[in-house]
Write a protein that binds this ligand. Structure first.
Ligand SMILES: *[C@@H]1O[C@H](CO)[C@@H](O)[C@H](O)[C@H]1NC(C)=O
Length: 174
């Protein structure tokens, strides 16, 4: 009984250390960061203005195990979208997105490259081109008129508060 208690304590300790090592894995060239905790990362530090005063306009932050960068300067943000845009063009990937998006091959999770450019080309030609948009114009006009009609239903003379979000999410039957 006593022995098994100590064994489980030891096991717990080993699991804790392994998690800590895993979640606080060191990367090179990271901006400064508040010290993360295992599993929750820096979630207990969530007070951005105070952190940027302490660590500067760029610092790393762990949302759980997910490493992120926080940038709070216009010139650094501009650099991210101009000089380093290709490096930062890739989207967040995880085992979850891998299973949900066919091994990250759909346009929202695919890494920047030939495949992604091809997908974008297809989207612009087949979904967002003027010809396609015009061909669905009737449906959009009809849906907009239906929404306006449903919003104005039951309105009297004065103003009434309506929640548009629910209307936008509904299938139009209610
Ligand atoms: C998933 O994608 C990776 C990287 O693009 C590739 O190396 C791997 O072979 C792919 N897996 C499958 C099952 O297609």
């Amino acid at each position: 009984m006593e022995l098994s208690y100590y064994n489980s304590l030891l096991l717990l300790f080993v699991v804790f250390i392994t998690c800590y090592k895993l979640f606080t894995k060191r990367f090179k060239n990271l901006p400064p960061s508040p010290p993360p905790l295992p599993l929750i990362g820096n979630l207990h530090h969530l007070k951005p203005p105070a952190l940027s005063q302490k660590y500067g306009p760029i610092f790393s932050f762990r949302f759980g195990s997910q490493l992120s960068m926080v940038i709070s300067s216009a010139s650094l943000a501009e650099e991210c979208f101009t000089k380093n845009d290709i490096v930062l063009a890739n989207r967040f990937r995880s085992p979850k997105t891998k299973h949900l998006t066919y091994n990250n091959t759909v346009v929202i999770t695919s890494p920047y490259g030939d495949h992604w450019l091809n997908l974008c080309r297809i989207c612009f030609l087949e979904i967002l081109s003027t010809q396609r948009l015009n061909s669905f114009m009737g449906i959009r006009r009809d849906e907009t008129a239906r929404l306006i009609r449903s919003l104005s239903q039951g309105l009297g003379e004065g103003f009434t508060r309506v929640e548009v979000r629910l209307k936008l999410m509904s299938d139009g039957k209610s």
